[in-house]
Write a protein of this length. Structure first.
Length: 219
């Protein structure tokens, strides 16, 4: 499975450095942690979970890379059910959130400055910023983003949600947005594992003290 953003001249690596690179890269991941191919002796915990796979996809694309996911067939040329399940789960997620991945470009910031569970991408025309949230805690009523700076025309929506534009307020005079999600029920979310907020008419904070090139989170 390949997830490309139409970037050329890629190099291939088997890990994600999680910072934006000036060289386009393709990151290779194996659903089976211990093998390129199918293993009869593999145990359930040997396989990456869908949450782990989506983390790798989102962080790789956020930092300017492409994703290659290796699936090893059986000796009969069949795809094992566990691999099929992961591929279907990824397809289901991309059906809802694909616009934050396909044909996107890195934004000014990759990982959020205050919420380490949020990673950003941008539309090519830079009209939209996508905030990809990896963890949605139970009973959450507000989600704070530290990097975006709002304007009077800022709009926030959740991909796959029929709630419509979400209420928000500035986090501080220097930037940040607090999104009100109190009207969204977790059981009604279109995505089960990672969620994407679509931000329109926002810019990146100029007053952040932290250098994004130094941020590396290892889950």
């Amino acid at each position: 499975m390949n997830i490309f953003n139409h970037r050329n001249k890629s190099t291939i690596a088997e890990y994600n450095v999680q910072v934006q690179s000036s060289v386009d890269s393709s990151l290779l991941y194996h659903i089976d942690r211990g093998s390129w191919g199918f293993r009869r002796t593999a145990k359930l915990n040997d396989y990456l979970t869908i949450q782990e796979l989506l983390y790798q996809i989102i962080t790789t694309v956020s930092t300017g890379g492409n994703v290659l996911i290796n699936v090893g067939p059986t000796s009969y040329g069949k795809i094992a059910p566990i691999f099929e399940e992961r591929l279907r789960q990824m397809g289901s997620w991309l059906k809802v959130n694909g616009e934050a991945i396909y044909s996107s470009i890195p934004w000014k910031y990759q990982n959020d400055t205050t919420n380490k569970d949020v990673w950003y991408t941008s539309s090519k025309d830079k009209q939209f910023v996508y905030a990809c949230l990896l963890v949605w805690s139970k009973n959450t009523t507000e989600i704070t983003l530290g990097a975006p700076v709002s304007s009077s025309s800022t709009s926030v929506t959740l991909l796959g949600s029929d709630v419509g534009p979400l209420n928000w307020r500035p986090a501080s005079e220097s930037g940040g947005i607090i999104i009100d999600v109190s009207n969204i029920k977790t059981y009604s979310l279109a995505s089960d594992w990672a969620w994407v907020f679509k931000l329109e008419n926002v810019s990146g904070s100029e007053l952040l003290n932290q250098n994004q090139d130094d941020i590396i989170y290892d889950y």
